[in-house]
Design a protein around this ligand. Structure first.
Ligand SMILES: [Zn+2]
Length: 121
């Protein structure tokens, strides 16, 4: 799962305050997309991403142990799910940090997110 957040920001292309999709590669802001005009901006975070990933991998055993001590059963279930999803998550993060994503895919994601929020209301 990619870390995607939304925020209302002023777009430098269309000049309107609009919802922007902020996509994080790990803890780093890698990509922003204006949901109004589709203007996409990618930041090259590839070098910083490697350090961020290394820091997260080093801290992982400690975080896993802490989670296990708090909720052993719930944690065990998340480990099973994580074994299947985490490699894919890391693959998406690496692609995002190194290549960004296309303007077309960013627009499609903004639209699909908008549709989901419309139906939820
Ligand atoms: Zn815009």
């Amino acid at each position: 799962m990619r870390n995607i957040e939304r925020a209302s920001l002023l777009c430098r292309k269309c000049g309107e305050e609009a919802t922007h999709e902020l996509t994080y590669a790990g803890n780093l802001l890698a990509h922003t997309t204006c949901c109004n005009c589709g203007h996409a901006s990618h930041r090259d975070v590839s070098k910083r991403y490697a350090r961020d990933l290394e820091r997260r991998v080093r801290a992982k055993p400690r975080r896993m142990l802490r989670s296990f001590r708090r909720h052993p059963l719930a944690y065990s279930l998340t480990v099973v799910r994580g074994l299947t999803t985490k490699p894919v998550d890391i693959w998406h993060e690496i692609n995002l940090a190194t290549h960004g994503k296309s303007k077309r895919s960013a627009r499609q994601q903004c639209r699909s997110e908008s549709r989901r929020s419309d139906t939820a209301l």
